[in-house]
Design a protein around this ligand. Structure first.
Ligand code: HMG
Length: 366
């Protein structure tokens, strides 16, 4: 393989062992459940019990990605972990994961932070490391892993979630990624977590506006001077960062308005290219850095080799990037589906009491 051909060789996903339907949370908060299910488009919140965190999720996803790759741990020369659930201000979360995987030696190991955009940045850096030739014959292990919890009673509570996606950067068996991407950033305080705070602070309305503006800017750059309908029609699927599923729909409608489309045309774009890729996100909730990559993993399932998809990454603060991928030969059989099926089958529901106990624990241990 020439370094220019590097892409995503293998994918592994990990969801935590507990979940709660948002309708239960609605009962606890005395809110009409339709607000959470119809208003926000949410179904379940994936939850971590005591002893599970972003590091254990990352290890689980990495082991799965490694298990279906034809290389070995000695072939990994870089581990980059995108997260906003860091355990330490200095020690990178990648060190916890590398320790569990037995990964050490001539390996570059680090954590990447930019809110939900961190996983995408880690992937871009790993790809650029390979494309530049610096990675030589080594492969990279990239992981996006997060546990998203808001303070109890926060409007963001129904959007909580957790999950991890690991990707091995090597031959583009699962997906090729174009070196050409469309970044946009603009400093803002839309969502932030000051040092020492257990839970984020959010300016809800501003966060929606920042996200929609980033969508407009990135897609405008992708379209360039070309016909928007023709450009977007080329993609088999268009994936987005998913803070909550309705945000994605709102953004597609917003993009349609910016392009001068009718609401019906934008709805059709959403229905035909976007909606299906949200299936797993509705069951995980917001997994911050992992959210976009959960959606990309779902979108790749069953695609023919060469089928193009677009992937919009957003991280508060705020920074965004629109990536272009094409399905690799393994997407048709998509072995990573079994990760999600297995985790969904095994996970246990948490009732109101269980949730309150869990959050009490989360408050005490955060
Ligand atoms: P809220 O104030 O509780 O909700 O917070 P609302 O009153 O705006 O209602 C939400 C929707 O439900 C509305 O629909 C209501 O009409 C509807 P819309 O007008 O927007 O289409 N609704 C109902 N529908 C049916 N039946 C009912 C009913 N009642 C109301 N009975 C907010 C919503 C999103 C602000 C809150 O959940 C929040 O703060 N979330 C966290 C922030 C967030 O997710 N922002 C998204 C963009 S920023 C981002 O993506 C980055 C992030 O992932 C972090 C990172 O980068 O690290 C968050």
């Amino acid at each position: 393989m020439s370094t220019a051909e590097a892409g995503i060789a293998s994918i592994g996903l990990q969801l935590p062992p507990l979940y709660m339907p948002v309708t239960e949370l609605a009962e606890l908060r005395n809110v009409d459940p339709d607000k959470y299910t119809k208003g926000l488009g949410c179904l379940d919140i994936a939850l971590c019990p005591s002893g599970h965190d972003a590091a254990t999720l990352a290890v689980g996803a990495a082991k799965r990605a490694l298990s279906r790759w034809d290389g070995s741990i000695e072939d990994i020369g870089l581990i980059a972990l995108g997260t906003e659930s860091a355990k330490d201000m200095s020690r990178p979360l990648s060190a916890w994961v590398a320790e569990e995987l037995g990964l050490s030696g001539t390996v570059r190991s680090y954590e990447v932070k930019h809110a939900c955009y961190g996983g995408t940045l880690a992937l871009r850096q790993a790809l650029e490391w390979k494309w530049s030739g610096a990675g030589a014959k080594k492969a990279a292990l990239v992981i996006a892993s997060d546990v998203a919890l808001y303070s109890v009673g926060d409007p963001g509570e129904p959007t909580q979630g957790a999950g991890a996606v690991a990707m091995i950067v090597d031959r583009p068996d699962a997906a090729a990624v174009s070196p050409i991407s469309f970044p946009f950033s603009h400093p803002a305080f839309d969502f932030w977590r000051p040092v020492g705070d257990s839970f984020p602070s959010v300016d809800g309305q501003l966060s929606l506006d920042c996200y929609k503006n980033a969508v407009s800017e990135c897609f405008r750059a992708l379209i360039g001077g070309r016909d928007a309908r023709e450009v977007l029609a080329e993609y088999r699927a268009i994936c987005f960062h998913v803070p909550f599923p309705k945000m994605v729909k709102k953004s597609v409608i917003h993009l349609g308005e910016e392009l001068g489309w009718s609401a019906q045309e934008a709805e059709e774009l959403y229905r035909s290219k976007v909606e299906d890729a949200l299936e797993w996100n509705q069951l995980s909730g917001n997994a911050y850095t992992a959210s976009l990559w959960i959606s990309v993993a779902r979108a790749l399932v069953g695609l023919k080799e060469g089928a193009p998809i677009a992937a919009f990454s957003y991280g508060s603060g705020y920074g965004a990037e629109l990536l272009q991928l094409t399905a690799g030969p393994v997407a048709a059989s998509a072995p990573w589906v079994s990760d999600v099926e297995e985790d969904l089958r095994a996970r246990k529901p948490v009732d109101l009491w269980g949730y309150e106990t869990l959050r009490g624990h989360a408050r005490a241990s955060a």
